[in-house]
Design a protein around this ligand. Structure first.
Ligand code: OAD
Length: 232
């Protein structure tokens, strides 16, 4: 199978960046233990208290700016030398880009970018770590983080679905598959597609049953799987 026309699709979540120091959401002590989603990650939260929302994402951005890619991110870059690799990530960090991966879809936005409250389709790369109330987009409206809040549309979902439909191998990494529509993407692949999930925790839910569970941390198990795929 080893050739550049064989498609490997990666669906990554917070777990791939955990060993780079960026916390996950739903593990014990995760971000959603500390914060209520309804206070910081919905359009209603923004209406009610934009300063709190900006502060929450300003903190996330500071951490992302300090974080470095780990062995898992780098192994996926190596995989590109052998296969047609596409990364679909739920993460708002830029660690896949920093590592050097080329084809990346961010389903839930990118924390290092901003958008106008009036136009989600135009994004601006931030050259500061903070967005503050009063910071305006070129269209004169308030800037907000370029992230997808609960209740908002997920961009490029159809592109992601098409990639998975055509995948020879799907590797799901470090996601609890609790957030939809992203979680439904695993059902888009064909029966012929090899499907793996890399996660250190027990996966008891029926939604994981068609995926081969490689139990362990991303930084151990992804380089191992990549090595196996390259040498088969
Ligand atoms: P979760 O926090 O829900 O799930 C993280 C997963 O990573 C869990 O299954 C962990 O077991 C696993 N994990 C932890 N450490 C790991 C490691 N070192 N290596 C591999 N896996 C590890 O995060 P996501 O599924 O990414 O969306 O969350 C999905 C979405 O929910 C996020 O994109 C965000 C959040 O609310 C929005 O804010 C819209």
């Amino acid at each position: 199978m080893k050739n550049k026309t064989s498609k490997i699709v990666i669906l990554s979540g917070a777990g791939i960046s955990a060993e780079s120091g960026l916390g996950t959401f739903r593990d014990k002590g995760g971000l959603w233990d500390e914060y209520d989603i309804n206070d910081v990650a919905t359009p209603e939260a923004w209406e009610k208290d934009p300063e709190l929302v900006l502060d929450f994402y300003n903190k996330r951005r500071s951490l992302v700016l300090e974080a470095k890619p780990n062995a898992a991110h780098y192994a996926l870059v190596e995989l590109e030398n052998h296969y047609d690799v596409h990364i679909i990530t739920q993460n708002i960090d830029d660690l896949h880009e920093k590592a050097g991966s080329n084809k990346i879809i961010h389903l839930h936005g990118e924390i290092l970018k901003a958008q106008s409250v009036n136009d989600p389709d135009k994004q601006y790369v931030l050259n500061t770590s903070k967005i503050q109330l009063g910071d305006l987009a070129p269209d004169g409206h308030q800037l907000r983080p370029h992230v997808v809040w609960f209740g908002e549309a997920v961009p490029r979902l159809e592109d992601a679905e098409e990639l998975i439909m055509n995948a020879n191998v799907l590797i799901v990494i470090g996601t609890s598959l609790n957030v939809y529509p992203a979680a439904n993407l695993i059902y888009a692949c064909t029966d012929k597609c090899e499907k793996y999930i890399i996660d250190p925790n027990e996966l008891s839910s029926v939604k994981f049953k068609n995926l081969i569970h490689i139990k362990g941390n991303a930084t151990d198990k992804i380089p191992e799987l990549v090595n196996e795929l390259i040498h088969r």
